[in-house]
Design a protein around this ligand. Sequence first.
Ligand SMILES: Cc1cc2nc3c(=O)[nH]c(=O)nc-3n(C[C@H](O)[C@H](O)[C@H](O)COP(=O)(O)OP(=O)(O)OC[C@H]3O[C@@H](n4cnc5c(N)ncnc54)[C@H](O)[C@@H]3O)c2cc1C
Length: 393
Amino acid sequence: MKNATVLISGASVAGPALAYWLGRCGFAPTLVEIAPRLRDGGYAVDFRGPTNLAVLERMGVLDDLRDVQTGGCAMRFVDETGRQLLHLPPEFTGGDIEVLRSDLSRVLYEHSHDRAEYVFGDSIAGLTETPDGIEVEFEHGAPRTFDLVIGADGMHSGVRRLAFGPESEFVRHLGYYVAGWEVPNHLGLVGESRMHNVPGKVAGVAHDHRDPKKAGTTFLFASEELAYDRRDPEQQKKLVADAFVGVGWEAPVLIEELWDAPDLYFDSISRVDLPSWSRGRVALVGDAACGATVGGMGTGTAIVGAYVLAGELAAADGDHREAFARYEHIVRPSAQRCQKGGDRTGKFLAPRTVLGMRARNRLLGTPFLLDLMLKEGRKVTSTMDLPDYRFGA
Ligand SMILES: Cc1cc2nc3c(=O)[nH]c(=O)nc-3n(C[C@H](O)[C@H](O)[C@H](O)COP(=O)(O)OP(=O)(O)OC[C@H]3O[C@@H](n4cnc5c(N)ncnc54)[C@H](O)[C@@H]3O)c2cc1C
């Protein structure tokens, strides 16, 4: 087989899933992850529709995921006094199966670590393609040569920057920012989240599936693209706090916790679009290729993308030109349909006008329309004919 050694950057969802499948068909995958260990992280991700579930089943991880599923979280939009304006059932946010992203990573790691070499606490610093392979320099480790390199390193992919060009060419800001941090569960929430809107903003808090004493916030606000340092959490905290000055309900209490939060998540809601997902011996998978931050069903796309990429490499006997082209041809249309959901997330959670907020509450407060939306969500992730590949045991 050609191109046996494959370096994968990123060990969250797409990376370990790809390593699993490549290992099963005789490739030698190496994963390099910038974090010192598997990343922990409180937020939940979901899978929707038969295509997602079929891949998980074929991987043999479905039962392990069912054991740790969170069951979704009902969403209650409330006014300033806490009075309910809209209630969405757990399946609206939780899909067919919902798990913490950190649990998903752990299960994928457990199923792939004996088929792959994992290197934590390092990242790729340079890529030089030669006719026979790619010479890779690392931030810390000694240089090595691989046959192929795959970027599974998320929205802000380092591989994409090195092999395709600057992030600004491929990542489009969709007009909103999202932040999350841990807080005490002072509202005593069980299996639900509460959200409060003012135009263009939503302050939300949900119970933490891991610890009933804890909760996690989701704050979203509409904004033009902001200039800030991605490595400076103090600056990001100030941006969030400034955006929520004057917002009532529980927002001031939750913002109070922000200043000491060690774990702030802050990012723009953005969408990744590239004219091609591969260049020479380098390809992208998951959010690095077609991410949409929140609401774009990126976890399912990552899992399906990893399955098809490995399957096509195996079917082409390692011929990367043929395999990369077929992988993209099969996965891109469905990935793009999923990404459209991400385009709407900001407007859905934080409509920019009072009229928009009322219209959303009225539409989704109608059981028939809510049901229709749930069915659409499952359909969008299942528009692709999942190929059958002959993987080894
Ligand atoms: C708050 C929130 C809620 C979400 N909810 C859902 C949901 O309900 N359903 C859903 O389908 N999706 C959801 N998503 C999206 C989902 O998390 C992503 O689509 C999914 O995690 C993509 O997986 P990935 O492996 O491609 O990338 P990521 O999960 O982003 O992982 C990238 C990995 O690469 C590592 N990395 C980054 N840079 C480097 C580097 N230079 N070198 C080495 N390693 C690097 C990172 O540390 C990380 O481990 C949500 C996202 C957020 C932020």
